[in-house]
Design a protein around this ligand. Structure first.
Ligand code: BJ8
Length: 424
């Protein structure tokens, strides 16, 4: 199977070795983890194994595999044609030298990573994908997709995102959702029926509800789960089978509820509670969480696409025609507040609401270096944090480990400032 996936098998084995060591050091070394995390440990151990086998099997059943990079891509539509929706590899410093032959050095690490994974022959998902869906969000992505289309020999399909959420923008987006539905029908040879779309919407809404449940549990002090584990679950959400994933998250939440009742948590009650906000952390980007939690804080939430932005709003699935469904899908995805939009003040309210809900003591704004939308929007987030009286720390970093020491010093100083001390 692996040979057919056009991978660099030697380099791929090397990558899995590094990943497994990092996972042991960061994840398995945590104390007091919930039993329910065993499933997610297993998923990670099989991220480039059993899951790929499942996808290859799905392809044999003539199901289409759709790769994505953004939470604006409507998953319901993909499932409505029996497609498999997969978030593609983009969270590690891999193949950067290769990627830099195509894009400038000062391109964000996420873009360099998705190009690098493919160029270095390390992402089996990209090779199994029948279609890769991009979006005209940030400038870096939309220009890189042109090159990625060449690299993947014509697999790219790009959805046009408006820059503003006015009436014209909403209409453009609704038409794009419709165009995407038609594209899926044409590549799969299957019609999207009302019944199929209702079924698919329920699957995706149930996944969102399970993630919302997990998020709310983190509002407890002490939190019954570490930020690292919650981040991992949010990362796995993008490539696991959705029905199995939802069942496993709900099982874990049952366990966490019992922990809460017993007053048990992963850190001591009263330790610093941090909300992280900013650029997405694609798997295996665990850097900031590892540093902050290694310094005694608990990350209680992520205002991020690998986090709340992915599941905060449900789709209103009370539609009775396909036309109405397309309208409601377009509206639901327009409630995601990404810094690629201007203005994007709704994000400030989202951060404020989330900080209150999760009883955060401070905000760490995380931007991937050269991610201009989030780096610039950090100014407004700081101003808003000042207004609502929450300590704020701004971090810009990439996927390398070179600045770990410096980041740790800054995070520890921030925790001291919050006044809850460093318990490392
Ligand atoms: S909805 S955040 S997933 S676009 S980190 S590539 S923004 S320069 S990923 Fe994103 Fe969709 Fe928005 Fe979310 Fe550009 Fe920034 Fe790089 Fe980014």
């Amino acid at each position: 199977m692996w040979k057919g996936l056009d991978l660099n098998l030697e380099a791929h084995d090397g990558l899995l070795g590094v990943l497994s060591d990092a996972y042991k050091g960061i994840y398995l070394a945590q104390e007091n983890r919930p039993e329910g995390m065993k499933y997610f440990d297993f998923v990670i151990s099989e991220v480039h194994g059993l899951r790929i086998e499942e996808i290859v099997e799905a392809k044999k059943e003539k199901r289409k595999v759709i790769g994505t990079f953004c939470v604006y891509v409507p998953e319901e539509l993909i499932l409505a044609v029996d497609g498999v929706c997969i978030g593609l590899c983009a969270g590690a410093d891999v193949g950067s030298d290769e990627a830099e032959k195509y894009v400038p050095r000062n391109t964000c690490a996420l873009i360099k990573a998705f190009m690098g994974f493919k160029l270095a022959g390390l992402c089996p998902y990209v090779n199994t994908a029948d279609l890769i869906v991009g979006e005209t969000t940030c400038d870096g992505k939309k220009k890189a997709y042109e090159l990625f289309d060449e690299i993947t020999k014509g697999k790219m399909y790009v959805m046009e995102m408006p820059n503003k959420k006015g009436e014209d923008g909403k209409l453009l987006w609704k038409n794009e959702v419709k165009r995407f539905a038609e594209k899926l029908e044409s590549i799969s040879g299957k019609k999207i029926t009302l019944e199929k779309l209702k079924e698919a919407s329920k699957i995706v809404n149930d996944k969102r509800k399970a993630l919302q449940r997990l998020s709310l549990l983190r509002a407890n002090d002490p939190s019954p789960i570490s930020g690292l584990d919650a981040l991992l679950i949010n990362q796995v959400a993008f490539y696991d089978d959705p029905l199995r994933f939802t069942a496993k998250v709900n099982e874990l939440c049952d366990e966490l509820e019992a922990r809460v009742k017993a007053g048990a948590g992963v850190t001591a009650k009263g330790s610093a509670r941090i909300l992280v906000s900013g650029s997405p952390m694609a798997i295996p980007n665990w850097k900031l969480h590892a540093i902050a939690e290694g310094s005694g804080a608990t990350i209680v939430g992520e205002e991020s696409c690998v986090g709340e932005r992915n599941f905060r709003s449900l789709l209103d699935d009370n539609f009775s025609s396909l036309e109405e469904a397309v309208q409601k899908i377009a509206e639901r995805y327009m409630t995601i507040n990404c810094a690629c939009f201007t203005p994007n003040d709704e994000r400030l309210s989202d951060i404020e609401d989330l900080a209150k809900k999760l009883k955060a003591d401070g905000i760490i704004h995380y931007a991937i270096q050269f991610c201009t939308p989030y780096m610039i929007e950090a100014y407004k987030v700081k101003k808003h944090a000042d207004k609502i009286g929450l300590p704020f720390l701004r971090i810009e970093t990439d996927y390398s480990m070179e600045d770990m020491g410096q980041l740790k010093t800054r995070v520890e100083a921030f925790l001291e400032l919050i006044g809850k001390g460093v318990h490392a």
